[in-house]
Design a binder for this molecule. Structure first.
Ligand code: CP
Ligand code: NVA
Length: 310
């Protein structure tokens, strides 16, 4: 179903395609743990364009390609002609002549869309200012591992900045039937177009998507609490100002008192202790958070295999 397609946004995936990615991720994880080879991308090459920093994304995609029998090329915009002004549409057409897939992490979402429009090979969005689909698909797998395969009806509360993670969580929740509530300051709500799309998508699965400003209201009886940095990549100059604005939105022990007793806390990382999450809450939930980090590898292997295998 996904063969030859791009993965730019969870919104563009069907409910069945989301399920297909999660099932294959689970299978590839089990195979890897059992030491079974699964060279689904033997002889294939993935180009990885990075216009922003990364630890998890770079290492998990590169290692994932190797484990699938292929290879990955790290392409920093500091080295590419793209960084000196070569148009993205030319880069797309050139790379399509050499590679079997392109992964890109960049700023504006329109850059990924432009790349995908001109590339004749699958393009994977590895984070834009608007969306981070690979991370949220990973989070869905991690929630299945900790809360059971059927995500319908689980309550997920997001607390903090309405950013690329929040936008993708709305799409992820909508496709899997979850009850999603984001608590953000009034002026930092998630993207309005994404919110509208997610509310529309939610009709198919019975999910619900709501935006509030009170973190306690969002967290009440939540099965999963998630947060993310208050200053995303590109917002470094606003960090000090944001620390003041977001102070009431910290995930701490007091806030979690209102959540379900078996709540899990997740974080896509990197985490800033003492800001969006306290050290004690982070360390208490570290086993879940590092499962989440590990699952980037398995989920992205599934994505690459589905998009790029013959
Ligand atoms: N969570 C995430 O995408 O991490 P990196 O920025 O390290 O890739
Ligand atoms: N919202 C964060 C996510 C980092 C993985 C950022 O865009 O910097």
């Amino acid at each position: 179903m996904l063969k030859g397609k791009d993965l730019l946004s969870i919104h563009e995936l069907s409910v069945d395609e989301v399920e297909e990615i999660l099932s294959l991720a689970k299978e590839l994880k089990a195979k890897q743990k059992a030491g079974v080879e699964h060279h689904l991308l033997k002889g294939k090459t993935l180009g990885m364009i990075f216009e922003k920093s990364s630890t998890r994304t770079r290492v998990s995609f590169e290692t994932g390609m190797y484990q699938l029998g292929g290879q990955a090329l790290f392409l920093s915009n500091r080295d590419l002609q793209l960084g000196r002004g070569e148009p993205i549409k030319d880069t797309a057409r050139v790379l399509s002549r050499y590679l079997d897939g392109i992964m890109i992490r960049t700023f504006g979402h329109d850059r990924v869309e432009e790349l995908a429009k001109y590339a004749s090979i699958p393009v994977i969005n590895a984070l834009t200012d608007l969306l981070h689909p690979c991370q949220v698909l990973t989070d869905l797998l991690t929630i299945q591992e900790h809360k059971g395969k059927n995500l319908k009806g689980l309550k997920m509360a997001y607390v903090g900045d309405g950013n690329n993670m929040t936008n993708s969580y709305m799409y992820g929740a909508a496709k899997t039937g979850m009850t999603f509530v984001a608590a953000t300051p009034e002026d930092y709500q998630p993207d309005p177009v994404v919110t509208k799309n997610a509310i529309e998508d939610a009709k198919e699965t019975g999910a619900s998507i709501s935006l509030v400003t009170d973190p306690k209201e969002a967290v009440k009886d939540a099965d999963i609490v998630v947060t993310d940095t208050w200053a995303s990549m590109g917002q470094e100059a606003e960090h000090e100002m944001r620390k003041k604005i977001f102070a009431p939105y910290q995930v701490n022990e007091d806030l979690l008192k209102g959540a379900d007793k078996r709540v899990i806390v997740m974080h896509c990382l990197p985490a800033y202790r003492g800001e969006e999450i306290t050290e004690d809450v982070f360390e208490h939930f570290a086993p879940v958070i590092f499962d989440e980090a590990e699952n980037r590898l398995h989920t992205q292997k599934a994505i690459m295999a589905l998009l790029m295998a013959d």
